[in-house]
Design a binder for this molecule. Structure first.
Ligand SMILES: Nc1ncnc2c1ncn2[C@@H]1O[C@H](COP(=O)(O)OP(=O)(O)O)[C@@H](O)[C@H]1O
Ligand SMILES: [Mg+2]
Length: 137
């Protein structure tokens, strides 16, 4: 069973993404199996992991909305030795679409159940806001 760490703060520019990416890389370097999740529409954890956020077929948004399978959306980063569930500006859409969806708080938790056995740690880079909670873990 993996440990899930959400890196969160209402304020922007305080080091959430820097912490998330470096924590993922550091734990991966010690042979832990890591999944880094980019939940910020800015997609900085995605770009910081060497993946172009503008060229994603599917994203964490699609997984939240049930439009894509999580294991098909996860990218294995061989150089960095961790896996990434990438995100981009589509995530702003997720908040609107999930607004009236029953059980929206558990969408990410449910999606993670399919892959959590594959990882020692799952690290979630959260956006800088206190808007509607779409990912209660
Ligand atoms: N420990 C640190 N010391 C100095 N600068 C940092 C540190 N952590 C992050 N930064 C810098 O602060 C800025 C914001 O960091 P970032 O991780 O993007 O914040 P957030 O994800 O909370 O918006 C970036 O330019 C980053 O390089
Ligand atoms: Mg950030």
């Amino acid at each position: 069973m993996s440990k899930i760490l959400a890196v969160t703060n209402q304020k922007g520019g305080v080091g959430k993404t820097t912490t998330s990416v470096n924590l993922a890389a550091s734990l991966a370097a010690t042979k832990r199996r890591i999944l880094l999740i980019d939940m910020d529409p800015q997609g900085n954890a995605t770009m910081g992991s060497g993946i172009n956020k503008h060229e994603l077929a599917t994203t964490s948004c699609d997984v939240l909305l049930g439009d894509a399978e999580i294991d098909a959306t996860i990218i294995s980063l061989e150089d960095w030795r961790y896996d990434l569930l990438p995100g981009n500006s589509e995530l702003t859409l997720a908040e609107v679409k999930l607004m009236n969806m029953f059980g929206r708080e558990f969408k990410l938790k449910t999606a993670l159940e399919a892959v959590s056995a594959n990882y020692d740690y799952i690290i979630i880079d959260c956006p800088s806001s206190l808007n509607m909670p779409i990912s209660r873990i």
